[in-house]
Design a protein around this ligand. Structure first.
Ligand SMILES: Nc1ncnc2c1ncn2[C@@H]1O[C@H](COP(=O)(O)OP(=O)(O)OP(=O)(O)O)[C@@H](O)[C@H]1O
Length: 360
């Protein structure tokens, strides 16, 4: 990808054609179905959510009841869709998948709800992006398994109550804080998905490699895991690119060297930063001495839109402790200098730089 060309933001926060973007691209969607764990036992990591969910589902099964509504929050690609499918499988129930943006009118939701079977799991991705009328209809549906369908308009409009079969709503959101409290309160269980530790990602990679029939050494998996930004979707995507490289340039076996060489070719560095991330840091360090610098200035210097820098590059740089957002602008942390192999100005002869900011 050429970062000099204007880029279009998709899905509001991520570019889908970025190798380290955490939203699903077309190829991911095709391959992900084959790589999804089918039950809680196969689901790697997220110990707390898994354990709590296991109890909720076992108890519901023992009572012969439909499971309580479940809210899953966390960044894209951490396994929310996968978990919703596992919930349906563990309950022996069918699953219907839709998303907040797809439900713009209350009528859209009424149509879905009224066609659910008893016990069915309704997965509502990006639940925070549903329209307000649909959201209000959902309150009653979740609590009383009933909706009021409005027929007609104006003074002659009448509400016809419609009974619904008991169902389990699994809502997924990247922004739990954006959910109105009345909606949040109607979930019986909320699971917060964390980023994965490198060891957990290694297990995801080994499992996927086996399913894709790829030979990978432990150190190769560790190399990919370290560059996967704590996200299984990215780990699986990098694995596929490294597999291509190993097939063409080596004997098909993924070793630490092959993985590192391949990911260098794809410009994903040892810590998972890609070209855009590094461009932001390089400009911040080399042109502005580590900051503080305003977002707009930084974006112009990188040759990118403000939103691209703010929503695509910054969240990961902040999470990695390489960049900080301050009221005075963006500043690089000492770790950023080290990562790019540069010397902070206060360590250079006669430099001043960030001494006051980081006290080092
Ligand atoms: N815990 C896990 N163990 C193994 N594989 C996982 C795990 N979590 C996610 N994956 C894999 O990562 C990919 C993305 O997962 P999934 O689609 O469930 O993420 P998501 O959180 O729903 O993302 P989005 O919010 O973008 O829809 C899938 O291929 C899935 O197999």
């Amino acid at each position: 990808m050429n970062w000099d060309e204007p880029t279009e933001l998709q899905g509001g926060t991520e570019q889908r054609d970025r190798l380290v973007g955490s939203d699903a691209d077309g190829e991911d969607t095709a391959v992900e179905a084959a790589l999804r764990p089918k039950d809680l036992g196969e689901f790697v990591g997220q110990e707390r959510v898994r354990e709590q969910l296991d109890l909720v589902l076992r108890a519901a099964r023992a009572r012969g009841a439909t499971a309580d509504h479940v809210l899953l929050s966390g960044a894209p690609g951490l396994g929310k869709t996968t978990l919703s499918m596992i919930i349906a499988a563990e309950m022996g129930a069918p699953i219907r998948i839709t998303s907040g943006p797809a439900i713009q009118h209350a009528g859209d939701l009424a149509a879905i709800l009224s066609s659910l079977q008893e016990g069915e799991v309704l997965f509502l991705d990006e639940i925070h992006r549903m329209s307000r009328p649909a959201e209000e209809m959902l309150y009653m549906a979740m609590e009383d398994f009933r909706v009021d369908v409005i027929v007609g308009k104006g003074p002659g409009a009448t509400a016809i109550p419609l009974e619904l079969p008991p169902f389990t709503l699994v809502g997924a959101t990247t922004r739990a804080g954006l959910l109105p409290p009345p909606l949040r309160d109607r979930f019986g269980f909320t699971g917060h998905m964390e980023f994965y530790a490198p060891g957990e990602l290694e297990r995801v990679i080994h499992r996927s490699a086996e399913l894709l029939d790829v030979h990978i050494e432990a150190e190769g998996a560790a190399e990919i895991a370290g560059r996967s930004r704590g996200t299984p979707r990215i780990a699986n995507r990098l694995l596929r690119r490294v597999r291509d490289y190993a097939q063409v340039k080596a004997d098909g076996v993924i070793t630490r060297e092959t993985a590192a060489q391949a990911l260098d070719v794809y410009e994903v560095d040892g810590r998972g930063l890609d070209r855009l991330d590094r461009a932001v840091l390089t400009v911040l360090l080399k042109l502005f001495g580590g900051g503080p610098v305003g977002l707009s200035t930084l974006a112009v210097a990188v040759g990118e839109e403000r939103e691209t820098v703010e929503e695509v590059a910054e969240p990961f740089l902040v999470r990695e402790g390489l960049l900080a957002r301050t009221p005075r602008g963006r500043i690089a942390t000492p770790a950023a200098w080290t990562h790019l192999g540069l010397t902070p100005p206060h360590q250079q002869a006669g430099g001043t730089g960030q001494q006051g900011l980081f006290g080092a």
